[in-house]
Design a protein around this ligand. Structure first.
Ligand code: C2E
Ligand code: CA
Ligand code: CA
Length: 448
């Protein structure tokens, strides 16, 4: 087994930190397979982070293999310090490490680990008698969500790594459309998206929200959709991220707000009180004109601002808590409400939770979907509900896919539910029909 960067000497030091170095790809894959097989808890995932170090060859050439090795030992030791004891580090190739995070709950945890690992490369590191900037990038994929085998996991994390390199980001996560889209550069997507926004080609779908306490539909969440002529339908997770990276996000959000408020007028002859939830992205919170855009749309479409709820994810709020507080307070002063989305996947500080002008907390669907078979998910959901109620917030559970889940949530005193069991996201015309024909009661119906 070649443990040494130079391939000449064996190093116990490196072996202490790293599971395996690149003597053969087969051996690496079989070790990784064993690691995946050991993941017994089927509710949890293994997160793979493929970390590429660009500067290794230069270090070896400039300072010699001894210094190159010393750098690798220190790096491996530093990686180890950040990772949990059960996480494994593999040497995937000469300048790539594959880090297997065992038993993680979701993608957010892998991103958090990658963010911590990325910090190792933010400052120049001492090599020989100098300080050198080390360039790196990471690709993230999850087992079993994105890949069923070690080979596939490596492939997807390396596609994500490629994306990170192309985009100049420190990491990227694999997602479903990436393979197809990896041929189409994000600059091309960006220009298509710009056209789509300009030509009003984006559509909104609306997903009903149920008040569990009286079994009444009381609101909808607006979710944006984009179907491209050649590329087909593109996930909002992807194109919202493309918009965030370019300067399109403010335009996109303005168009979403405007279309949603315009279309919401059509529901007024069915119910006058339907609440309307609109998603905001992290970047929107930096835009001082957002509040004016909302105010203008409220005036143009003559909507009661009290019906509006703006959703911001927990992690977006925590990226810049002071700025979030500032913008959300302004939104609040318009008479609209704010909500914390995907709660449970970020790392909220309770201090900020108390300060934020929010009225609703949405439990991330990853905790709800498996509730019937997973006691720990039930416990998490239950404690989030209690926490929210202690802060006087109403709680919406997302990802309610069955009657059993809905019943369990009722027993936990959860306030609201959203999910495929209640209703899928649908276009405005379909929602109109649905509201008139659904077996659920609708809050404040207009008598006709
Ligand atoms: P999100 O805000 O958490 O939206 C909920 C997502 O869960 C939606 O996915 C919805 O279709 C899906 N969903 C709802 N009920 C269920 C269920 O019972 N089971 C399962 N498996 N999924 C369910 P979608 O529409 O693909 O949106 C994904 C994400 O993209 C959203 O997550 C949000 O972060 C972003 N997004 C969507 N629309 C917008 C938008 O208008 N603006 C912004 N900034 N982001 C948006
Ligand atoms: Ca949302
Ligand atoms: Ca959500």
């Amino acid at each position: 087994m070649i443990l040494h960067n130079s391939g000449k000497e064996k190093s116990d030091e490196l072996e202490k930190h790293i599971e395996f170095t690149s003597s053969s790809r087969e051996k690496f894959l079989s070790d990784l397979t064993r690691c995946l097989e050991n993941q017994n808890d089927r509710k949890k995932s293994v997160g793979a982070i493929l970390l590429k170090i660009f500067s290794l060859r230069d270090i070896n050439h400039t300072f010699g293999y001894r210094e190159g090795d010393a750098f690798l030992y220190r790096l491996a030791g530093n990686l180890r310090k950040i990772l949990k004891p059960d996480d494994l580090i593999f040497r995937a190739s000469e300048n790539e490490f594959l880090i297997a995070l065992s038993g993680i709950m979701n993608e957010g945890h892998a991103i958090l680990a990658a963010t911590k690992l990325g910090k190792l490369f933010e400052k120049p590191v001492p090599i020989a008698d100098r300080f050198i900037n080390i360039k790196s990038a990471m690709g993230i994929a999850l087992f079993p969500e994105h890949a069923r085998t070690a080979e596939e996991l490596l492939k997807k994390s390396s596609i994500a790594l490629h994306e990170a390199i192309m985009e100049g980001n420190s990491y990227a996560v694999w997602f479903d459309k990436q393979e197809k889209l990896s041929d189409t550069s994000s600059l091309v997507i960006e220009s298509h998206l710009k056209d789509a926004i300009e030509h009003n080609e984006l559509e909104m779908q609306y997903q009903p929200k149920l008040d569990i306490r009286d079994d009444m539909i009381f609101g909808v969440e607006a979710l944006v959709r984009w179907s491209h002529k050649e590329l087909g339908s593109i996930s909002p997770d992807y194109f919202v991220a493309v918009a965030e990276k370019s300067d399109l996000i403010d335009e996109l959000t303005a168009s979403i707000i405007n279309t949603t408020l315009k279309e919401s007028r059509k529901w007024l002859n069915i119910t006058t009180s339907l609440s309307i939830s609109i998603n905001l992205s992290t970047i929107n919170l930096l835009d001082e004109t957002l509040v004016d855009i909302i105010q203008r749309a409220i005036n143009v479409w003559d909507i009661d601002p009290n019906r509006l709820i703006f959703e911001v994810t927990e992690s977006a709020m925590m990226t810049n808590p002071e700025q979030s507080l500032h913008i959300l307070s302004k939104i609040n002063s318009l008479g609209a409400h704010c909500s914390i989305d995907d709660f449970g996947t970020g790392y909220s500080s309770l201090v900020y939770l108390k300060k934020l002008p929010v009225t609703e907390l949405k439990i991330d669907k990853s905790f709800i979907q498996n509730m019937p078979d997973d006691a720990s998910d039930r416990m998490i959901a239950n404690s989030i509900i209690d926490l929210a109620h202690n802060f006087n917030l109403s709680v919406t559970a997302e990802g309610v896919e069955s009657e059993i889940i809905l019943r369990e949530l009722k027993e936990m005193n959860c306030d609201n539910a959203q999910g495929f069991y209640i209703g899928r996201p649908m276009l405005n015309t379909k929602l109109n029909e649905w509201l008139q024909n659904t077996h659920w009661k609708v809050r404040n119906p207009v008598n006709r």
